[in-house]
Design a protein. Sequence first.
Length: 279
Amino acid sequence: MSPSSNSHPFAGLTGTILLAGAGKMGGAMLEGWLALGLDAKRIAVIEPQPSGEIAALAARGLRLNPSPGAAGEVAAAVIAVKPQIAQEVLPTLAPFVRGATAVVSIMAGRTLRFLEGALPGAACIRAMPNTPAAIGRGITVAVAKKNVSTRQRKQASDLLAAIGKVEWVSDETLMDAVTAVSGSGPAYLFLLAEAITKAGIAAGLPADLASSLARETVTGSGELLHRSDLDAAMLRQNVTSPGGTTAAALEVLMGPGGFDELLTRAVAAATRRSRALAG
């Protein structure tokens, strides 16, 4: 499909896409937009320390650190800076934002109220992606202010879908639990791979073999879950023969103080921390 086809995700989008912050997550979004056919000339990037890749894109027409006048009509502004510097960065973005601009923040912990305080009257959307966005397999949960139009919401969805699946919620208070489950969730899976590796070594496997078995088992099982129509519980049951080796292991993992209880406590702790960071 050619980038000019009317069926590509950005066919109905007019104006400039402004990206503030082109670090890991912002950079992943930028790569996704370009891969889906968005012309580099339609993109403006605010990044005081641009990578070589960003500088190369500037040679293809991407506008790097433009003035508000040079950015043109901004259809959507994606804010991907670190939340710690938000208070100093947002006022510099205000001149780029107009009534028709959809403002999409992926800053962890920064609420819609915070965005409204820095950008009064703007159509603000708060979103929480996760790190598999780097390979286009992330999931993002978003919540919008009441003044966000259907068109602006679709623009935000199209931009966020470049890095994976998008879900919307209407209650912003859910974002703390979202952060705990999907935002922090990749770390839980990486820890699982670490733990399986250590358990394999303890059972007598060479370290390199234990590491390879753990990595391929975790990633392969994740891909099976992704492709299957069955839910996780049914897939688990399909692997578990009565009285077999898997059943013996699950008696430990699913017993008192086991996996379910630990993860419930872990997600609750992350949720509390997210609320504290948001103030």
